[in-house]
Every structure is written in C-alpha cells, then in structure tokens.
Design a protein. Sequence first.
Length: 320
Amino acid sequence: MTFNQSPPVLATHSGKFHCDDVFAYATLRLALGLEAPGEDHVLLRTRDADRIAAADIVWDVGSVFDAETNRFDHHQRGAPRRPDGTPYSSAGLIWQVYGARAVAKLLGGRGAEAFAATIAADLDADMVRRIDEIDTGVSVRGPVTRESLDLAALVGDFNPSWDHPAANGPTAGDDAFVAATALVEGVLRRRVDENRARLEAEALVLAAHRSGADPRILVLERGMPWKGAVFTHDLPVLFTVSPASNGKWMVDAVPPEPNSFAQRLPLPEAWAGLQGDELAAASGVADAVFVHLRRFVGGAASREGAIALAQRALELGSPI
C-alpha cells in the first residue's frame, strides 16, 4: 500500500478510548506490518479536523466512511450497517477491509492462502460483530449485555482514571491506548492460531476418514480435535482411534451430537471397568489396557490393539 507521507499517519480520536478503536488499530498494525508508533508509523489521536484530513488512515472519527480513501467512521448519518441491520463500529469497518490481510500476516505462511479468508469471516461473526454491538449498543439478535471480563471491558480498564496525571494534556491516554492495543493483539494472535489449528485438524480428519478401511472407525496418527469435523460433515464414525500423550492408544466412542455425554455405540457392556489381563481376556485383544466404566473410552498399548478393540466393539454391539 502506498501512503501520502512517510512514515504513514494513522489517526483516531483523542480522549477516552473503547474496544472498537483499539481493535481497529491492532488490525491495521498487523495487516500493514507496522510495529511501533513513532518509528514505522505515526499514531495520531486528535479531534483536530485539519490533522485528521491530512492523515493516511482515519477511523472512529471524521464523520466519513469511504474505504477507498481509508476513512472509517461510523458516527455520521447514513453510516454503514451489516446486512441484517446491525451498525458497524470502527472495528467492523476496518475488519471488512483489513481483517483477512491481518489474519494472513499472523498465519505467517502456515496455510495463509487456504485459511485466511475463512478465519477472518469466522472471527468477524464470532468476535468483531460483538465489538460492533457493544460499541453501538444495537443488536438485532437481542439486548446487548455487558460482562466485566469481556474484551470491551478489559480494554476500557486501560483508560487512566480521572485523577491520574496521564488523564490530561494533549497526549492524554496515548500510552494507555498503545498498552491496550498489545492486549487486543495478543487475543487476536491466539484466536487466529486457534482457528488455524481447528481448520488444519478438520482437513486431517477428513483425509483420514477418506483413506480409512472402515468408515465407522476413524484412525488418527496424532491427537487432535475431531468432533467438529465429524459433526460438521456428518461422518458415520462410531469410534475414533488416536495416540495419547502417555504413549498408549485411545478408543473414543463418538457421541450422537455435540456436547452429548451419550455414545452412538458404547463400548461393550462386558468390558465396562475392566483393565489389563481381565480386559484382554474379555475382549480378545492382548494389549488392551482399560475401558471406562461408562464405556465412552478405552485404550490399548498399541495402535493395532486400539483398532482391534474398535473392530471387536463393532462386532459385538449395535448403534443406540
């Protein structure tokens, strides 16, 4: 991106800050590869109209929304809304333009092309929209509630108190704004990585299922989240086999639906609560280790043993 000045000037309003303007700034820094105000860019917090007009990117101030000229205010009449009528805050407006780019930078080449747009859209629905709702006080989904530990509240806590020396003067709150940005950037980094891991796990689960010998048994060579992929893609899996951190191999019975404590097919009742030699004798699997009393999980010492437990469970049972 080409700016009119070097270093580029990024401008928002002075005074008390909120989650939307801090989140927007964090997004811009990530998307544009900017690291430190005063070095590779200027962070200008002001309400001076002339200084705002001269800035390269402006958000949450200026009474103009024009993405082509990098103006992202939402306080003016006719400000943009989401398709369902929810008003955008500056966070949402910035995210529509710079969100996918910020996510791609955070991915750092780890699936950026494949996942950046998807993760940006997921974060918009799950996180950015919530910031919009809290900042504007409007939600078509129902009353806008606030929690003392939500991100907006935590960002707000960075504002200096009325009697703090940093609460007054031309740079009042600037250092606190930058400190709040570090918090938001950390949250974004973790959320992006969490979503990346989820999508990569989903791809691996689908590949393992396609290559499996029996569509009812999902064999994974590494421990990873698998329930999301099973339910999202309606896979006919009854048992999942995967390695545990202690070197054993686990057999997990798949629940019938998300968050259920039931199983599509429990492990055999005759195995419930058995361990070691007793389980080996009952199951016919020599290295069987245990089956939980509630029959939702069991284990064996080897990959082959765990698969054998799952196969034997299929022979002995029928889905509930």
